[in-house]
Write a protein that binds this ligand. Structure first.
Ligand code: ADP
Ligand code: ASP
Ligand code: MG
Length: 464
């Protein structure tokens, strides 16, 4: 087999024990060459970002305390993995970074200002620490490996905290820097999530972005497979924190997976799989705690597509429903255009839309510019906003052609007295979503999961 890109998320590298498991998984990998992309240890990115916030609020000592806790945790992991005589190099790097972090938070507290650029440099230490320790462990344990700083090849624009990778520059650098190391037989260990501008300023590509990093590396190096290792058995029929008996989906299409990710299933980052789709590279979602479980295989066109079943139920909370009614008698020419111009102007993503003759309902998650948006919309319409809503979404290939799915969704919800504020079926034909009160999410998801997955008719070719 050719190159395998393996990405391990935060929980998969959260402790020395977790890193042992990752080592075993890499050792047992059948790939001719392996590129390993790691996240920060679980919780560390949040802690690093918090140091910045706390420091900017003037609490320099508290921020320094968090830095020290972060360093202590990594030192502990390192000491469990490396014998004393092999710690020198890693210990030296940890010491330098500890001083850098302390200086950074001190600087932020003096300035009293926290820029996105500072947030990115702070966050980058998470992935740099996890990969530093893991690669040293792997090498000293006998696997020929090399640590490559992702900032040498993941070239992005300067949109800090949400930087966009430059595919041409990144592809070039990967060929120059990473390809020869893979050819020499080394396991390349690198960071997800972080990158750099062409002039060398550290960036990050958005929260949860390591999946995207792995997919990009895989696509640009023509990998045979991209593996996303996490803490659940694969993509499940619903969020396991709400549905304890959620089933593993054995195989699904790229379109279904990205739709699910978009509608809140945190297991995959939305744009993750786009680079893989374009290159037709299969993506596997696997459990690092149970590597023997076959996981979920995401492919361009699964053989099972014609079964057109509902695959999963997802939800997204913190949604505001905005209802916009034209103040003219009939929907004036350009009404929709005017509405979307306003959202575009404030770079606010609209998730779902439903329209009637003279009114339009949209949902948004980002309310940072809501006041300005409302002011502009009110110049040509009457607007009401309902917050505290959630979108629940049922996903499955070819849903629109399956008769009776809408009834199977609406009937159980009406029996449970769950009020539906808006319904929308995407043109993609693979999702049917509706807006309800946030407080009704568990009830609605449980009812729909029971309806579609708790009976005997579940297709064993698709579900566990
Ligand atoms: P990682 O740190 O490995 O990137 P994440 O926390 O980002 O892991 O994603 C995995 C988590 O996604 C799971 O632990 C699970 O709680 C959550 N999740 C939400 N919806 C789903 C779903 N439909 N299938 C699987 N996991 C889901
Ligand atoms: N560590 C980063 C985050 O927590 C990226 C990732 O884990 O994918 O957002
Ligand atoms: Mg993730």
């Amino acid at each position: 087999m050719s190159l395998i890109v393996m990405k391990f998320g935060g929980t998969s590298v959260e402790s020395a024990e977790a890193m042992h498991r990752v080592r075993d998984i890499i050792r047992n990998s059948p790939g001719a060459s392996t590129c390993v992309v790691l996240s920060a240890c679980s919780g560390i990115t949040n802690q690093l970002l918090r140091t910045g916030k706390v420091a900017a609020e003037g609490n320099a000592e508290e921020a320094a305390g968090i830095v020290r806790a972060i360093i202590t945790r990594h030192t502990g992991i390192m000491e469990e993995l490396l014998p004393p005589e092999k710690r020198t190099e890693v210990q030296a790097a940890i010491d330098v970074w500890s001083r850098e972090l302390l200086a950074l938070v001190r600087g932020i507290s003096i300035l009293g200002e926290l820029t996105h650029r500072s947030l990115d440099i702070l966050a980058s230490y998470g992935e740099r620490l996890s990969t530093l320790i893991f690669e040293a462990y792997l090498r000293h344990d006998g696997t020929p490996s090399v640590l490559v700083d992702a900032r040498t090849f993941m070239i992005t624009n300067a949109q800090f905290t949400r930087a966009i990778p430059d595919l041409v520059a990144t592809a070039e650098r990967l060929q120059q820097i990473v390809r020869p190391l893979l050819i020499s037989g080394k396991v390349v260990v690198t960071q997800g999530f972080i990158g750099s501008t062409p002039t060398g300023i550290t960036t990050t590509i958005g929260r949860g972005g390591s999946d995207h990093s792995a997919a990009l590396v895989g696509a640009l190096l023509d990998a045979g497979e991209i593996q996303i290792w996490t803490d659940v058995d694969g993509i499940l029929t619903a969020d396991p924190s709400i549905i304890k008996n959620a089933r593993r989906i054995r195989i699904m299409s790229f379109r279904e997976a990205s739709e699910l990710a978009y509608f809140g299933a945190r297991v995959l980052h939305p744009e993750t799989i786009l680079p893989a789709i374009e290159k037709n590279i299969p993506v596997l979602v696997l459990n690092s705690r149970r590597p023997s479980s076959p996981g979920t295989r995401i492919v361009a066109r699964p053989d099972t597509a014609q079964h057109c079943t509902v695959k999963s139920v997802a939800y997204k909370e913190n949604i505001s429903l905005i209802s916009i009614v034209s103040t003219r008698m009939f929907m004036a020419h350009g009404f929709l255009e005017n509405i979307f111009d306003v959202f575009h102007k404030y770079r606010t993503v609209v998730h779902t839309v439903a329209t009637s003759d003279v009114s339009v309902s949209v949902t948004v998650n980002d309310v940072s510019h809501l006041a300005e948006i409302l002011e502009e919309l009110r110049q040509f319409s009457t607007v009401t906003v309902d917050s505290g809503k959630a979108i629940v979404c049922v996903v499955g290939d070819n849903l629109r052609n399956s008769i009776g799915v809408a009834a199977r969704i609406l009937l159980p919800l009406s029996r449970l007295n769950v009020n539906i504020n808006m319904i929308s079926q995407g043109a993609s034909e693979i999702n049917l979503s509706f807006v309800i009160d946030e407080s009704n999410v568990p009830t609605a998801v449980q009812a729909l999961h029971a309806e579609f997955f708790d009976n005997g008719n579940v297709d064993p070719e698709i579900f566990d």
